[in-house]
Design a protein around this ligand. Sequence first.
Ligand SMILES: Cc1ncc(COP(=O)(O)O)c(C=O)c1O
Length: 421
Amino acid sequence: MDSLFSLLPPGSATDSDGMLLVEGCRADALAAEFGTPVMVVSETALRARAREYADELTSRWAKSRVVFASKAFPCTAVQRVMVEEGLGLDVAGGGEILTAIKAGVDPEKVVLHGNAKSDEEIAMAVEHRLGLVVVDNSDDVDRLESTVPSGRQQDVLVRIIPGVTADTHASVLTGHEGSKFGLSPAMARTLIARIEASPKLTMRGLHVHVGSQILEVGPFAESVAPVAALGEFPVYDLGGGLGARYTWVDQPPPVGDYLDALIGAAREHLPAEAELIIEPGRSMVASAAMTLYRVVTVKRGVITFVAVDGGMGDNLEVALFDQRFEAGLADRIDVDTTDAEFVTVVGRHCESGDVLVDGVRLPDARVGDLLAVPTTGAYCYTMSNNYNGNRRIPVVFARDEKARLVVRRETWEDLRSRDVE
Ligand SMILES: Cc1ncc(COP(=O)(O)O)c(C=O)c1O
C-alpha cells in the first residue's frame, strides 16, 4: 500500500520523533496553537497548483485564462492566493463576491454563476462591475435588464447543457440532459437572440460545465462540440470538474492530460481567435490541505469505532456523496499498518451517517491521538455547518515552517448571537 504521504499536502514529512510535519510545521504544535479540529493548508502547494494550471493552459491556448472556482474553498485567504498568482475568480453567491473583492480581485476577472441568482446578487454583480455574468435562465436576463443602468452594458455568457454524462456521483453531475443548470441548446438559441437584441447586455459567449470529481478526460472533450454547434462567439468558458486524489485507488489525470483532451477538442471545434476560460475548483485545492482531529474515544466492540472531535460538521463530502478519505495517526504516519487494527473513524455528530473513514487500518489508536485526514481542501470548508451546535473550524496556512491563522474558529458567542429571541 502507498504511504499516506502520497495523499498529504506535497512536502509533508515526519520529524525525528515521527510526528507529522506540514511545510515544516509539527502537527502537535499546530494542534496546541490552534486547537482541533483544524484545517491546515500548504500555501506552497496551493500556489504551485495555481501556477501549474495557468502555465499548462496558456502553453496550449495563448488567449486563455484560469478562474478559480471559489466555491471549492471560498475564504478570502485562498481567493487572495489565486489573485496573487494571476488567476481570476468564479463566484456563485453574494458572499463569494464579497470575499473575492476583499481578496483584491480585479472585478473584471470575476465570473458570476448561479442557477437561481437573487435580485440582490445581480445588483451586487452590477455594482461591483463583475466581468462576466453567466446567464442560466431567462429570469437572469429580466433581472439584469432591470438592474444595469441605462448607458451601461453587462457582458454575459450563456450556460449550455451539453448532454454529457461522466462516471461520478449523481449529486455532482451538471452537464447531463435534465440538469437544473443551464439551458438546452434549443432554449439557449432563443435566449441568445434575446440577449443579442438587448441594449443593456453584450452576448460574449458560452459556458459549459460537466460536473465534479471526474477522473477521465473523455467527458470534458465531449462537452465542446455541443457548445460549438451554437455558433461562433468571442469567449468560451469550458468549466472545471477535474477530480482529485482522495484514496489510494484514485488516479486523476494530470492537468496536462486533461488540457490535452480539452484543448484538443477546442482546436477541432472552436474558433482559433476565441478566448478560452477554465474554472477548476476541487483539483486546484483538495490536495493542498488536511484536517487534524483529536481522538475523543475508542470503542472496541463488533466494530472498532475511533471517534474524533469533528465529523460531518467540517466534512460533509462523505455523507453527501460517499466520498472516501484516508487517515493516519499524526505521530505514527510512518508505521507499517498492514497488520494494524481495522477501524471505522466516526465523527461526534448525532447521525450514524457521520462517518469520516469507513474502514482504515490505524496502529493502536488511543484517546488523545491526533488523526490526520488528507485531501480536505475542497468543499469541506465550503459545506461546514453548525450541526449539534458545532463551531465551524479554523483554517491555518503553513509555509516555510511558519503557521498563520487565516480563518478563526467560530466562537460560542458567534453561535449565540444569531438567535435574536
Ligand atoms: C459552474 C461551475 N464551474 C466550476 C466548478 C468547479 O468544479 P470543480 O470543483 O469540480 O473543479 C463548478 C462546481 O461544480 C461549477 O458548478
